[in-house]
Design a protein around this ligand. Structure first.
Ligand code: FE2
Ligand code: FE2
Length: 167
């Protein structure tokens, strides 16, 4: 793999870890607000982002590139005003992630790196689900508002972790 592209993937390793920290922060916020179900869901989102970082790390190593793990410049921040705001910020964040993968895919295409294009395809597809999850969360919160929030919390409590990077 060309260094230029490997560097972009390495940057994404660190961005996935940054995403993980954002969702762990959100999980803490939800739990502090007694929304334990959303807290559970966000904690699983945190775990998923770690598996994304690992998937990128493994690919870089397979290509003979040693990833470098750094902190992301921005601090994730943990000041939220509502669960609706948490979901809206998450959706905005996932849109940034999608743009980053589209950019990497373009670069791989430019360099005729078919193996990396094939690898990146998994993430491009995964982003459809990532955005859809938060779109749905936003609409559901808007639908139920306060009275139904407790019931919705029960639903989010049932999410279990599946490592889908192995599929
Ligand atoms: Fe991710
Ligand atoms: Fe994500």
């Amino acid at each position: 793999m060309k260094k230029e592209l490997a560097d972009l993937l390495n940057s994404q390793v660190n961005f996935e870890l940054y995403s993980a920290h954002i969702y762990l922060n959100m999980s803490c916020y939800c739990r502090a607000e007694s929304l334990d179900g959303f807290g559970n869901w966000m904690d699983i989102q945190y775990q998923e982002e770690i598996t994304h970082a690992k998937k990128l790390i493994n690919y870089l190593l397979d290509c003979g590139y040693t990833p470098i793990i750094t902190n992301w410049e921005d601090s994730p921040g943990s000041e939220y005003n509502s669960i609706l705001e948490v979901a809206q910020i998450s959706l905005m964040h996932e849109k940034v992630v999608t743009e980053r993968f589209n950019y990497m895919m373009n670069k791989a295409k430019e360099l005729d790196d078919f193996a990396t294009m094939n690898f990146l395809n998994w993430f491009i597809n995964e982003q459809i689900e990532e955005e859809a999850n938060f779109e749905k969360m936003i609409s559901q919160i808007n639908l139920v508002k306060d009275a139904g929030l407790y019931l919705l919390d029960q639903e989010y409590a049932s999410r279990t972790f599946v490592d889908n990077t192995q599929e």
